[in-house]
Design a protein around this ligand. Structure first.
Ligand code: G6P
Length: 608
């Protein structure tokens, strides 16, 4: 994973490196570091465990000043998050930062040990530094050295490097991990994403797999692995320069939970016209394609996968289309059967999740009718791969635990269900969904007003070790999402279960210390969920029910019922996820955890 930022300029680059790196911190925050070539042509490296703010303080004290440098924020893969494993890694005349995984690192290490290189870290990345040094000495030519290095590497990498032989030059290589070159005035940049370049440059070059580059403040030269100089397209960024701040909120997560209202309102405003859903909102001729679709394979990770699961319920409810929803890390390695007329749909907030990207690449070769992505980031690896793109326009999501991206995906998937329902023999489905969607903003407002109650309930979870969330139908993926949110930010072990599965195992966990949360919109499954919760109560479990059904509780019943606003069947997952997000948030407040940047996690998972 990790984030890489680099600058070569006529001015000193320290603050620019820190600024760029801070914007990449969502990619990992186990450690941070930078290397700068000083005026007397020495590589000055500063590294620290933890966040970029620690690096900033160290940099103030150090004498690292120069016009060319690279910086890195790490999410540990190989080697603990300790100082010696922090990037950049040095080898005599070179210093490099790496994002990705080098699969043949052990083999390369053996080769380098024979050449008397000394290893000081447990990372796979250090082999790149030594290899680069080896080939710089051998070829005395930056391009030839980079080509030789990349020919040896197996796996994924974005590499930014500096070398004291070429003081004003950034050395760059890319394969399977994203890297952009930003074109500035009298300075150029490298960055893992567009966002970190937003206040620096509007023009950028996207490096493709197996490309290398040498970059000075005035020039950018990109080469193929065969050494051919490439003419790369310079693109203009369409990303608006949105200033990202918490505003009056204490955490991005709570801000993003509340932004869900506007996201829903805007999606309805922008995609629904006087006569219903606008045509082809999933891309050119997409309506025609969707109407011919017989099967859909949804593929995603994390929260986006939970959105895919809900889409499967919705679509199979109202059409004859056969849907599967699959975790990308499973899909990418298994044998997949693709019947004629199957659409591949990738769902991803970032558009950079490695397993989702690899799955999409695999799908391209498997005869799908099309590759459609539902994504929040316009200039992402996933959108570039896709034939059709639906942008969710949720705005930058900063909190690692996804909230608003999920809702925006669900709205997109409901739109998709509307289009697909046109083939259905059931009457008026599209109109019913439309009506429910239009009612959603006011229902959401009423749902947010439950915050105070949820804040109180959260206190009961503070000292719990485990929690179960139960739901049936489309509320089952919401139970999964609720459990995911709770474990991500509170570190309480939580599981989401289809309520009917309770008796097949998890019931064994129930005792007077286990909170069990039932998600129970008043629909055809209510009685079944109530029976399942009765099984919990009979074993003294602590039951919390979120429902819009009026329940008659006896005075001795300790069940806590949270009365939800009534809502239509199709929009209920969007409504019921809100209190689950707030519950996780307030339990995390109680536990004083790092809500926006929980331990061990990262926002964008660019390694498998
Ligand atoms: C990480 C994030 C999750 C996210 C998942 C998939 O695990 O922490 O919030 O759901 O990646 O990310 P994507 O960007 O593909 O939706």
């Amino acid at each position: 994973m990790c984030g890489i930022f680099g600058v070569v300029s006529s001015q000193q680059v320290q603050s620019s490196l820190i600024d760029g790196l801070s914007k990449l911190e969502y990619r990992g925050y186990d450690s941070a570091g930078l290397s700068i070539l000083t005026a007397n042509n020495k590589i000055k490296r500063v590294r620290c465990v933890g966040k970029v703010k620690n690096l900033k303080s160290l940099l103030v004290k150090s004498k690292s000043r120069g016009v060319c440098g690279i910086a890195h924020t790490r999410w540990a893969t190989h080697g603990e998050p300790i100082l010696k494993n922090s990037h950049p890694h040095n080898s005599k005349c070179v210093s490099i930062a790496h994002n990705g995984i080098i699969e043949n690192a052990d083999e390369l290490k053996k080769f380098l040990l024979k050449k008397k290189y000394k290893f000081t870290s447990d990372t796979d990345s250090e082999v790149i530094a030594h290899l680069l040094n080896y080939f710089v000495v051998y070829h005395n030519d930056a391009t030839k050295a980079l080509i030789a290095v990349t020919k040896k590497l197996q796996g994924s990498y974005a590499i930014g490097g500096i070398c004291d032989k070429w003081p004003g030059t950034l050395l760059v290589a890319c394969n399977g991990s994203p890297l952009l070159i930003g074109i500035g005035n009298d300075e150029n940049y490298i960055s893992s994403d567009m966002h970190a370049l937003s206040n620096k440059s509007e023009k950028f070059i996207l490096l493709s797999d197996m490309e290398i580059a040498t970059i000075t403040k005035d020039t950018v030269d990109v080469f193929s692995q065969s050494g051919k100089k490439l003419k790369k397209t310079i693109s203009n960024s369409t990303k608006s320069n949105i200033e990202i701040s918490k505003g009056t909120y204490k955490h991005f997560m709570r801000k993003e939970i509340y932004e869900q209202y506007d996201i829903v309102v805007n999606a309805i405003k922008n995609k629904i016209g006087a006569y219903g859903l606008l045509p082809n909102i999933f891309g050119p001729n997409s309506d025609k394609l969707l109407l011919k679709t017989k099967h859909i394979h949804f593929v995603a990770c994390g929260t986006s996968y939970n959105a895919a699961l809900i889409a499967k319920y919705w679509i199979e409810d109202v059409t004859d289309i056969v849907c599967t929803a699959e975790i990308a890390s499973e899909y990418r390695y298994r044998t997949v059967n693709v019947p004629k007329g199957t659409l591949f749909v990738a769902i991803s907030q970032s558009g950079e999740t490695a397993d989702t990207i690899y799955s999409a690449k695999k799908a391209k070769t498997r005869g799908y009718s099309s590759l459609l992505s539902i994504c929040n980031v316009p200039e992402s690896s996933l959108t570039r791969l896709s034939d059709l793109v639906y942008l969710t326009h949720a705005g930058p999501e900063i909190s690692v635990a996804s909230t608003k991206a999920f809702t925006s995906q669900l709205v997109a998937l409901l739109f998709m269900t509307m289009v697909l329902s046109r083939t259905s023999s059931l009457k008026n489905i599209e109109k019913t969904i439309l009506k429910q969607l239009k009612s959603l903003p006011s229902i959401l407002k009423r749902t947010f007003s439950l915050e105070k109650i949820i804040k109180t309930i959260a206190k009961n979870f503070k000292n719990k070790k485990h929690t179960l969330f139960l739901g049936r139908g489309a509320s089952y993926p919401i139970a999964l999402e609720a459990a995911l949110k709770l474990k991500e930010i509170t570190y309480i072990h939580a599981e989401g279960y289809a309520a009917g599965e309770l008796k097949h195992g998890p019931l064994a966990l129930v005792d007077k210390n286990l909170p069990v949360v039932g998600l129970m919109p008043d629909n055809n499954l209510v009685n079944q969920v109530l029976s399942n919760l009765a099984e919990v109560k009979a074993r003294q479990g602590l039951v919390y029910i979120f429902t819009n059904k009026k329940l008659k509780n006896s005075k001795t019943d300790k069940t806590k019922v949270v009365s939800m606003p009534s809502c239509g069947h199709f929009v209920s997952p969007i409504v019921y996820v809100i209190p689950m997000q707030l519950l996780a948030y307030y339990v995390a407040i109680e536990k004083k955890t790092n809500i926006d940047q929980p331990r061990n996690l990262a926002k964008s998972v660019t390694v498998e």
